[in-house]
Write a protein that binds this ligand. Structure first.
Ligand code: PMP
Length: 385
């Protein structure tokens, strides 16, 4: 028998040789590493108010949602969370999905059928990119944060009147690799001029950007506009799991009826629903958490830049250090872990420009001393690798 896995072994070899192999490293529950890789921006994943709400919901409702949302998987908790998220961000309705990835997949495919022009920023998150690939419309990828290119794409679109589908512009709010902000107000002005829809993935904005962490869409004054659809994840600032789409009730009704990633997926587990709802309550009660993440990220960026590193300017929690070769980034991250600091390591194809990065995220529960210790360790290790 010829080896049926030979093609996979061959690409695995090439991947390892290029320093691009990815491996899983299990965390232990008592892990004492200083963690600047997690997305738990507000430090709520282990907050007792959140974990106890999750445990109580699991006891009351069971471990799983028992079915898709349209069959048995909608608990009152799902609906309460949808109302709470919509109210917090400033939209009239919301819909909880079982992940942020599926919220993006579901929203893009449901809002952009055949005949829809989709205009997508070159640095959008993979879940938006995959939504574009699955939606059977025409996709135009525009250069990063280029509003004029978006306008040109919309201007050049087919005026075929048989297509009732409007154009859809999709963008991250805070981009996940470098933490920079999309020009949301300008994009919205263009979208409005062309009668299109704007879908903004506020995964990294919720809990961090804007007044009390209401997100980048709220901060741009766009929440509640009928032509703006917001997606979020419950797995970053809210420390839980799941995702949501927030927008006009007409949009939400459309998703309930047409978004395959919603219809054919088991509802989010009640424990995750309760955890996200409890975390949102904490954020409402302690709005200063958002500002403290941002100031932590600024402190990190300042210290790293003062040490001579090329770092991105943070708009939220993310600070990226531009390192260059994937092997150097990998080596740097491994040495930092040995020294007790976990950072993210982003390499191609997850980086837009082939420049590998160490990616650090500030958290509201880190002290200035933690952040300074982390910056010092990064400076020390990058001087050696
Ligand atoms: N959008 C962005 C910008 C993200 O960074 C992520 C998480 N990596 C997602 C969507 C997906 O969210 P989730 O992890 O909840 O599936």
């Amino acid at each position: 028998m010829t080896d049926p896995l030979a093609p996979l072994r061959s690409v695995a070899g090439a991947r390892a040789a290029a320093g691009m192999r990815r491996t899983l490293r299990p965390r232990s529950v008592d892990d004492s590493v200083l963690d600047l890789a997690s997305n738990d921006y507000l430090g709520l994943a282990r907050d007792p108010r959140v974990t106890e709400a999750a445990a109580a919901a699991a006891k009351a409702w069971g471990a799983g949602a028992t079915g898709s949302r349209l069959v048995t998987g909608s608990t009152v908790g799902h609906h309460d969370l949808e109302d709470a998220l919509a109210g917090f961000i400033g939209t009239d309705a919301g819909l909880v999905f079982s992940s942020g990835y599926l919220a993006n997949l579901g929203a893009v495919t449901a809002l952009a059928g055949p005949g829809t022009l989709i205009v997508s920023d070159a640095q959008n998150h993979a879940s938006l990119v995959d939504g574009c690939r699955l939606a059977r419309g025409e996709v135009v990828v525009t250069p990063h944060r280029d509003v004029a290119a978006v306008e040109a794409a919309l201007t050049g679109r087919s005026t075929d009147s048989s297509s009732a589908a409007p154009a859809l512009v999709v963008t991250d709010s805070v981009f996940s690799v470098d933490g920079d902000l999309a020009p949301l107000a300008d994009l919205h002005a263009v979208v409005r001029r062309h009668g299109a829809l704007l879908l903004v993935d506020d995964a990294h904005g919720l809990g961090v950007v804007g007044e009390g962490g209401r997100g980048a869409v709220h901060a741009a004054g766009l929440a509640g506009e009928p032509d703006v659809v917001v997606t979020v994840t419950l797995s970053k600032s809210l420390g839980a799991q799941g995702g949501a789409v927030l927008g006009d009730p007409v949009v939400i009704e459309h998703l309930v009826n047409t978004a395959r990633a919603f219809i054919f997926d088991t509802g989010l587990a009640p424990a995750a629903v309760a955890a996200a709802a409890a975390a949102l309550e904490v954020l409402r009660a302690q709005p200063q958490l958002a500002a403290s993440v941002r100031s932590g990220a600024e402190r990190l960026a300042r210290t790293l830049a003062a040490g001579g590193l090329r770092v991105t300017e943070p708009s939220g929690a993310v600070v990226s250090v531009l390192v260059g070769e994937p092997g150097r980034a990998l080596d740097g991250a491994a040495r930092l872990l040995e020294a007790g600091l976990r950072v993210g390591c982003f390499r191609p194809p997850s980086v837009p420009d082939d420049v590998s990065r160490l990616r650090l995220t500030a958290r509201a529960d880190l002290t200035d001393a933690d952040l300074d210790r982390a910056a010092k360790a990064v400076l020390g290790v990058l001087a050696e690798v």
